[in-house]
Design a protein around this ligand. Sequence first.
Ligand code: PBG
Length: 326
Amino acid sequence: MDMNRRPRRLRTDGVRSLVRETDLTASDLIAPVFVDATAERRQPIESMPGHERVPVSDAVERVEEIRETGVEAVILFGIPDSKDDRGTRAWAEDGVVQRATRKITAETDAYVITDVCLCEYTEHGHCGVLEDEARSNPRVTVDNDETLDRLADIAVSHARAGADMVAPSGMMDGMVAAIRTGLDGEGFEHVSIMSYAAKYESAFYGPFRDAADGAPAFSDRRHYQMDPANVREASREVELDVRQGADVLMVKPALPYLDIVSQVRREFDHPVAAYNVSGEYAMVHAAAEKGWLELEATAYESLLSIKRAGADLILTYFAEDIANRL
Ligand code: PBG
């Protein structure tokens, strides 16, 4: 009698798409762009095939290429002209992200999101101001509260340049509140915050750290990014960001953390973003290069799975390729 139930009936070509539960469109995707103040021309990033560091002068052209595929939003990462101990170039009015944002928002209709962090701007590569003994004592690294004002300064400088949304990625306690207060105090109530709310201390960020030159010079990020072993803690982290005024909640990485994506989707009402990170991208490319996986099909299935798990938006290096196919 259970033969009355034949799920295969709904898998034939005509009906398959009618009963699909999830779909993926170009408007779900956000494309990362690396703007490099030290580059004179576009430089390929070896571990991220198809991606480049682009000089500020080519940022508009790069964003237009992305928009031609149907992807309308970009997230900007900056490689500054110089680094120092406190990362002062991160909030400079003539900083690399600030200059690129000004041009992109003046010359295109792209929705511009900026990554708010210090790791690409500090000599030591950590995501904030260091504690005094950080170099000698492995138990300490970034001074949380000293870093908060700097994050607010960075966000305000991005907003002043025209950013539509800021995305703090440093995993400092209280960062969303500090940034919201900073933005509102300067008249940027309309600028939204996408918090890297549950960001794990992951080995999957390797290629990005080459691309953005932001690897820590000593120690690692375990004192501020989350332990990959934890799932309940993600809800506590996300809850704090919601209370502090985050508009969009991000989980990062994506594929190895789909349980977290689905948990955040179930427990919170805000839009959920997932970051399909550099290592997830590099892995598929490497296997495809060996002929072991089919690139486009694997990329598409990855992104579809991230949506199925509950993400509303996806930050991904596959954005252009997949949007072109959709
Ligand atoms: C900066 C930042 C990182 C990523 C996004 N923002 C690196 C890190 O935390 O070490 C990683 C993105 C990727 O791997 O694609 N804090």
